[in-house]
Structures are given as structure tokens and as C-alpha cells.
Design a protein around this ligand. Structure first.
Ligand SMILES: [Zn+2]
Length: 392
């Protein structure tokens, strides 16, 4: 494996610039916005690891480059993978599960495409989305031709394209340049090395989050009711360095610190989720709150949200266990069973809102209603029906 680099260094001077510097982007979208490079080829000769810029954007034994997209919601929108160069398809594997969130080395590249190019070069496109591959073995492809879509099949914890370049079957090549790597690029327009700190995306949601739910990107909210299971703030960050301190601070409507959560990192993290939550309580004052993301003492992001607990109209079913509340901005239903159907009608019977209860204990929708009388109807899966009046 390591011998390969030595051979590579001897060979490179004999390859002309025009022969090799020709790869187009293997992934759809713009660099830094739609996708980022999180891991490069590992250039360390021992069990440690380093990227071509002598930093840690790699891991031990990594033979390719990981082009990451934001999350699974982005993956579901369909992000194309393209041939970096013209060639002939020599390998295709598709049909494997594509929503892995845990690394399992034995799963390998998952769904992938292999292409043989001129000059004994081979490129591989790994972890593709299930049933997304649109080429077959034997196909001739041109540079930039669609091969499939980004997924998380194989040994993958987040949706990304693993791109790998080989010379013959002898050794793999880092197609990027850097002071600790190659001096010769394989790209027509090489994306510049980026180790800067950044917030890729962030938001708030009315329930407790975990790494898994954040990877799916929760739907965003900016108003929260007392019944919300939690008030969560989350951010997907890049370029967290060892010794960085990151914290989230919560401020009341009168600008006093209500609570904070923070930590100091003991290693670099190139893709990182950070989150904090409040438990809504009657002791929390109503009004416009603020949540702040702080890095090394500096304000990175600030977000306002509305918290309310009174001035709400409540309908409580006496037969069944559900209840509904409306505060003029939000309609929340509590105690529904998954699969229960609910309807909000005005006094003339006109249907204004409807929904089907999911797993969460409280379900809220944004709803603007003028003052008046409304009816909430719930039909359970068993067919039982209850109707309650709500006065707002
Ligand atoms: Zn990889």
C-alpha cells in the first residue's frame, strides 16, 4: 500500500499535464454549498493519518476522497454523481441499502461504479444511492456523464461520494495537490483545500434530537408551546479544530442567560453536529427568546424564537385522551395515537386543517384563525370518533 506512493512519485514526471489534468467534478452542485470534501487520501505512512495539506482531513488507510452532502434530506432530493473522465464502465453494483448511519468496514463501497480510462487509470464511485445507477458494464461514458446518485450504501455513516483513483491495479493516487501530497493535479479545476470553520446548516425543532434525527434534517420551527417535548437548537458545523470551544447559550425575553451547554474539543472534527435543548416549563417566561452559537468566545449565529404557554384555547376530549390547544399562531394536538386522523372545521363545517398523527406525543401546525368557534374531530384507527368545540 505504501510502496504505491513511491512508485507514483517516480512515474509522475513522465505524465504530461494534458494527459492527467482533465477530471471534471464527479458530483452535482457547487463546492462549499452543496458539497464539501471531508476526507482526503491518507498520506501518513504509519497508523496515524494526514491529508495532502498535512492536516487531519482523512483517516487511517483512506484510499479516496469523500465528497459529502449536507444530510439525508439532501440525498433524498437526488444529487447526481458524474464520471470525472471519459472511459468504459468495468464494474457496477447496485441494489444495496443506502441509508447507513454507522460505519461497518466490511460493507465496503456499497453500490458503486468502476470506470477504466485511458492511460491505465481507473476511477471508482462508491456509496451510491440504491437503484440510482444508470450505466452498465461495457458502456462508454464521457466526462461529466451521469452515473448515479449520492447515497450512504456500504461502509458509510453519512451520504457522500467516495471517489477513488487507481493506476492499473498497482496503487491508488490522490488526485488533489498539497504540500504533503502530490504537486500535480488531476482536476481541470481543483477545489481549493478548505480547513476553515463554517456553519453548513442549522435550525430549531420541537423535540429532542440525536445524531440520527439531525442527519435527516428536522423540519424547522421558530415558535414553541409549553407542551412541546423539547425546544431544540442544532447546527451542522465544519472545520472544528482541536482545542476549539463550542457552546450554545439560551437567553430569556429580558436578555438574561437561562442556560448554556458547551464543550472543548480534544480532536479535529471536519463534519460535526452540535445541539442543545430546553425542556419547556411554566417557569420559562413567555415571549421572544434567543439562542446563540458561540465558538472560542465569538458569536457565530443568533436565532430568535417565540415561546408561549398561556392565552390558548383548549379543547379536551372527555371520552378519549386527546386534547387540542390553539394560541392564535399554532394549533397543537396532544394524546393522539399514531394513525389517528384529525380535522379542524369552522361552524359551517368547512374543513380548515387536517392531519394524521405520527409518533410524537405533541403535534403542532402553524395556523392563523380569527376569533370564533371551531370544531376538532378525531377519528381513531379503530373507527371511534370524538368531536370537541374550541373557542378562540
Ligand atoms: Zn471514503
Amino acid at each position: 500500500m505504501k510502496k504505491g506512493f513511491i512508485i507514483l512519485l517516480l512515474l509522475l514526471p513522465f505524465l504530461s499535464r494534458s494527459q492527467t489534468q482533465r477530471f471534471v467534478s464527479p458530483i452535482e452542485g457547487s463546492y462549499g454549498h452543496d458539497w464539501k470534501i471531508i476526507n482526503y487520501v491518507d498520506w501518513a505512512a504509519d497508523t496515524f493519518f494526514k491529508d495532502n495539506h498535512c492536516l487531519s482531513k482523512s483517516y487511517d488507510g483512506h484510499q479516496g476522497t469523500d465528497f459529502c452532502i449536507r444530510n439525508f434530506r439532501k440525498m433524498d432530493s437526488g444529487v447526481n454523481v458524474y464520471a470525472a473522465d471519459a472511459g468504459r464502465v468495468i464494474f457496477v453494483r447496485d441494489g444495496l441499502f443506502d441509508r447507513n448511519k454507522v460505519s461497518v468496514v466490511s460493507r465496503g463501497l456499497g453500490n458503486y461504479v468502476g470506470i477504466r480510462q485511458s492511460g491505465k487509470l481507473f476511477t471508482y464511485y462508491g456509496h451510491l444511492r440504491k437503484n440510482s445507477i444508470v450505466v452498465q458494464v461495457g458502456d462508454s461514458v464521457s466526462a461529466g456523464q451521469k452515473l448515479g446518485q449520492v447515497g450512504s450504501s456500504g461502509n458509510s455513516s453519512d451520504p457522500h461520494l467516495h471517489f477513488e483513483l487507481w493506476y492499473d491495479s498497482s496503487y491508488y493516487i490522490d488526485p488533489f495537490t498539497g504540500p504533503c501530497g502530490n504537486s500535480h493535479s488531476y482536476w481541470l479545476n481543483e477545489p481549493s483545500f478548505d480547513s476553515s470553520f463554517g456553519v453548513w446548516t442549522s435550525g430549531m425543532c420541537p423535540y429532542s434530537t440525536s445524531l440520527d434525527t439531525l442527519r435527516e434534517e428536522p423540519l424547522r420551527r421558530d415558535s414553541f408551546y409549553l407542551w412541546a417535548p423539547a425546544i431544540s437548537y442544532w447546527a451542522e458545523l465544519t472545520g472544528i479544530r482541536k482545542e476549539d470551544s463550542i457552546s450554545i447559550e439560551w437567553y430569556t425575553p429580558s436578555h438574561t442567560l437561562w442556560g448554556s451547554f458547551g464543550r472543548r474539543e480534544n480532536r479535529d472534527w471536519w463534519l460535526y453536529y452540535f445541539w442543545s435543548e430546553l425542556s419547556p416549563s411554566v417557569s420559562m417566561p413567555e415571549g421572544t427568546w434567543q439562542v446563540r452559537l458561540i465558538r472560542n468566545g465569538n458569536l457565530v449565529l443568533q436565532r430568535s424564537f417565540f415561546y408561549f404557554q398561556s392565552q390558548a384555547a383548549i379543547a379536551q376530549s372527555e371520552i378519549h385522551k386527546w386534547a387540542a390547544v390553539h394560541n392564535g399562531r399554532q394549533l397543537c394536538l396532544k394524546g393522539l395515537e399514531p394513525g389517528d386522523q384529525w380535522y379542524l372545521q369552522d361552524v359551517w363545517g368547512k374543513l380548515l386543517y387536517q392531519g394524521i398523527a405520527e409518533g410524537s406525543p405533541v403535534q403542532c401546525i402553524e395556523s392563523l384563525l380569527s376569533n370564533g368557534i371551531y370544531f376538532i374531530q378525531v377519528r381513531s384507527r379503530s373507527g371511534a370518533r370524538s368531536i370537541e368545540k374550541i373557542y378562540w
